[in-house]
Design a protein around this ligand. Structure first.
Ligand SMILES: *Cc1c(COP(=O)(O)O)cnc(C)c1O
Length: 388
């Protein structure tokens, strides 16, 4: 047993990722896909995930920050990349030089992008991010007429090319909610006004995962899913849509020992062995993204069987009650979450126990967890993809 064998591992199944692209494509009526790979691909590794998605026919990529966009370029990705969250004071030069498409989410951004484009001697490709009701980032209705005039001028001056317009839904996970249609209607109106003013919008888009899966009528020119690509349902109560979880979090038993009835286990002795039993130590803790508030509230799969984690989750480790008759041994694999079709716990169980959504769990895996990739293309970013 080498130390690498005992490491905490997030196994990323690129075949599942490709399967999920197919599910989205089918449900959204075959619309082209901009895959959202922000936050390091929702914790799955932005660059390898992006390569696999592009190989599966995804057309464009979406990220939050300029740094995330440039990381994709550094990882050898040449496909269109849109970055949508930055301040007007950001350094747009490197992104423009790298051909990153920039969202214009407010009037102050345009002059900054124009100045950066001039300094680069390049044309900045931009998409207008319009606020149609989320009331978060994006151009407001009040700002729109003034900004539209500025966009027309900047394009005429050759500083920018206004390629697209997009918005983000507030309540897409409630597919019948009237605010979805209200937002879509406002987007249509603003896109029509842009076109009437002479901007040749090539792409208008709105649909996140929930809308892509349930409202093919709102696919516009392209859908923009994130979480569904990673195999997690944006509406867990509505079912899994046939999606397959892409991340599987596992570790290996580093110690197996007897505990006699009445002995307390882990800090604070929050769990006491009700009978003589055997426990196992798993080397993942809250420093790795296993939240301490999950203490005593999750199961793991060992040898195809579910066993309860008991006592406090510590910084580096937690304890599993293997049961008195267990023949589990040091080195045995312990699955914290993965695919329930293989008898593994689903990350949704963690989200329920934590009172949050699975997005927060998968983006929160960190610390000593190493990523490994299985399936997909043999070559990812110049390295072999299958390094397990
Ligand atoms: C995160 C994000 C998405 C993807 O949302 P999912 O719910 O993960 O599909 C799409 N568009 C924007 C603007 C986002 O910030």
């Amino acid at each position: 047993m080498t130390s690498a064998d005992q490491q905490a591992l997030a196994t990323i199944d690129l075949d599942a990722l490709v399967h999920n692209v197919g599910v989205i494509r089918e449900r959204s009526g075959g619309a082209p896909i901009m895959a959202v790979v922000k936050a390091d691909g929702y914790g799955h590794g932005a660059v390898p995930v992006a390569h696999a998605l592009l190989a599966a026919g995804v057309r464009e990529l979406g990220v939050c920050t300029l740094e995330e966009a440039l990381e994709l370029r550094a990882g050898g990705i040449t496909a269109p990349v849109l970055s949508w969250l930055h301040s007007a004071g950001a350094d747009f030069g490197p992104a423009i030089a790298a051909g990153i498409e920039l969202a214009v989410p407010g009037p102050a951004h345009l002059p900054a992008i124009v100045a950066a484009a001039r300094a680069q001697g390049a044309v900045a490709i931009v998409s207008v991010k319009v606020d149609t009701g989320l009331n978060r980032n994006g151009v407001t209705e009040e700002e729109w007429p003034g900004l539209l005039a500025e966009l027309v001028r900047a394009e005429a001056d050759g500083a920018v090319r206004v390629r697209g317009m997009f918005t983000h839904f507030a309540r897409a996970d409630e597919p019948d909610h009237p605010v979805i249609d209200l937002q879509a209607e406002r987007l249509r109106k603003m896109a029509a006004e842009a076109r009437a003013a002479g901007l040749e919008l090539e792409v208008v888009h709105a649909a996140n995962s929930a809308a892509a899966l349930t409202r093919p009528d709102l696919a516009f020119d392209m859908v923009r899913p994130g979480i569904a690509l990673y195999g997690l349902s944006p509406m867990p109560e509505a079912g899994d849509f046939g999606l397959r979880p892409v991340m599987r979090l596992s570790g290996r038993l580093v110690r197996v020992k007897r505990v006699v009835a009445g002995e307390g286990v882990s800090y604070g002795h929050t769990w006491t062995a009700p009978a003589d039993t055997i426990v196992g130590i798993v080397p993942l803790g809250y420093a790795d993204g296993v939240p301490r508030v999950l203490s005593g509230r999750f199961d793991v799969a060992i040898g195809g069987e579910l066993r309860p984690a008991v006592g406090r989750v510590c910084m580096d480790q937690f304890v599993v009650d293997l049961g008195a008759g267990s023949d589990a041994a040091v080195g045995d694999e312990v699955v914290l979450f993965g695919d329930p079709r293989r008898g593994e716990p689903h990350v949704q169980q963690w989200a329920d126990a934590l009172g949050t959504i699975h997005y927060e769990v998968v983006t929160g895996i960190k610390g000593r967890v190493r990523r490994g990739y299985i399936g997909g293309e043999r070559h990812i970013g110049g390295k072999t993809g299958n390094n397990l």
